[in-house]
Design a protein around this ligand. Structure first.
Ligand SMILES: Cc1cc2nc3c(=O)[nH]c(=O)nc-3n(C[C@H](O)[C@H](O)[C@H](O)COP(=O)(O)OP(=O)(O)OC[C@H]3O[C@@H](n4cnc5c(N)ncnc54)[C@H](O)[C@@H]3O)c2cc1C
Length: 373
């Protein structure tokens, strides 16, 4: 029997892939899908720039956002910050980017396959319009992006925008429901509790119950920091709104909102707050930014998510004996999620390795050796 701790996009796909191998699987999460559901559902397989939080100049940009009230810092994790300082400005070799490209390629092909079976999660391949402060600077940054995105410069509702040509959109609300059905139909047992500890071959639940298994995948987002993985919670909010909107999918980085139209609602998401507190008041600013595009609307519901971000924005997929940790999707967790889950399962079953381990946080000299394992 295998145990998956965490039922976000990575945990749900991990459970599906393990069950597909014919294994008995238990998925542990008090509210599966809850955090992942907050996401906009814009899949950007050819763009990594959004996750590059360790490029030179990013901390100044983030502090400026904080000063303007566009970001909130409510939690400082010194271990994460020290690791951030270590990897600040660090460039990775081709091999790392090839692995990220492969995670994205695998993920998109999985969503496409699921949609071909039944498109009950509004999978659409269509351009994304991104409104940014400085188009020329963004174009220059994109030319350096290791995943080499295809883009044009265009216009949306009278505003200049970068148009990403290889984007995909899915409804994360509907995708979570679909994945839930997938795991249920494969006989995965869901335990609606939180794990309090993970050890070799066993998971201790919050009420003291102990689950024993042949292997464990920890896909619990930023909770993986409890296992010593440097991931911080970058909180954001996802609203489902009923409004009139005839435009395309828009990412407004000036106002601070993503707008994704679906058949029954518009998904409006935003904020990138270093914050795990129960105070969700900054969510109001997402609604205010949405109003500038949509005018009046009705709120259907809101979900809160905590993007699990490693200091370099790259995923962590690492084996420690019979435990595999799979996290670090950051802003691209849905874009890379199926790929991260698949790599985690392969690693657990001893079939293949990955270079995306925490060894990269070691001092620069040891990096090359670490990448070669
Ligand atoms: C507002 C917002 C917009 C986003 N937009 C996009 C987007 O457009 N495209 C994109 O690709 N990505 C997007 N993301 C990022 C994406 O949602 C995340 O990277 C992704 O959800 C990470 O998935 P995960 O499964 O690793 O972790 P999470 O989604 O964080 O899921 C972790 C799960 O583990 C569970 N858990 C935590 N602790 C425990 C425990 N102790 N025991 C058991 N279970 C536990 C939680 O309940 C949760 O269900 C967005 C995120 C946010 C917040």
């Amino acid at each position: 029997m295998y145990i998956v701790v965490g039922g976000g996009v990575v945990g749900l796909f991990s459970a599906v892939y393990l069950a597909r191998e014919g294994a008995d699987v238990v998925l542990v999460d008090s509210a599966p899908g809850g955090w992942s559901k907050a996401a906009a559902g814009v899949l950007e397989p050819t763009k990594f720039e959004i996750n590059r939080i360790n490029v030179r100049g990013y901390p100044v940009r983030y502090i400026k956002m904080w000063l303007k009230g566009k970001a909130r810092i409510a939690r400082l994790d010194w271990r994460w910050i020290l690791t951030y300082i270590k990897v600040y400005g660090r460039e990775y070799p081709e091999e790392i980017w090839n692995q990220v490209k492969e995670l994205a390629r695998f993920s998109i092909s999985e969503y496409r396959r699921l949609a071909e079976e039944k498109n009950d999660f509004e999978f659409r391949e269509e351009p994304l319009y991104e409104v940014v402060e400085d188009i020329e600077a963004e174009v220059a940054a994109l030319k350096q992006d290791p995943l080499k995105p295809r883009f044009d410069v265009g216009e949306v509702k009278g505003r200049r925008a970068i148009v990403y040509l290889d984007s995909v959109v899915i409804s994360t609300d509907l995708a979570v429901e679909r994945l839930y059905r997938e795991v249920a139909s494969r006989g995965v047992r869901i335990v609606n509790k939180k794990a309090s500890r993970v050890e070799e071959g066993r998971v201790v639940l919050e009420d003291g119950e102990i689950l024993k298994g042949d292997g464990v995948i920890v896909a619990a987002g930023w909770w993986a920091r409890r296992l010593g993985v440097p991931v911080a919670p970058l909180k954001g909010y996802g609203f489902r709104l009923v409004a009139r909107w005839s435009g395309p999918t828009v990412a407004d980085f000036i106002g601070g909102v993503f707008l994704v139209p679906f058949k029954g609602w518009i998904k409006a998401t935003g904020r990138f707050d270093l914050d795990a507190s129960p105070d969700h008041s900054p969510s109001r600013k997402v609604l205010a930014a949405a109003k500038t595009w949509l005018g009046d609307f009705e709120v259907m519901d809101m979900a809160v998510g905590y993007r699990p971000c490693a200091p370099d924005g790259l995923p962590v997929i690492e084996r420690r004996g019979g435990v595999v940790v799979a996290t670090g999707g950051c802003r691209l967790g849905w874009t890379l999620g199926p790929g991260i889950a698949h790599a985690a399962v392969q690693l657990l079953l001893g079939r293949s390795a990955t270079a995306l381990t925490t060894a990269r946080f070691s001092a620069g000299k040891r990096l090359a050796a670490a990448l070669k394992h």
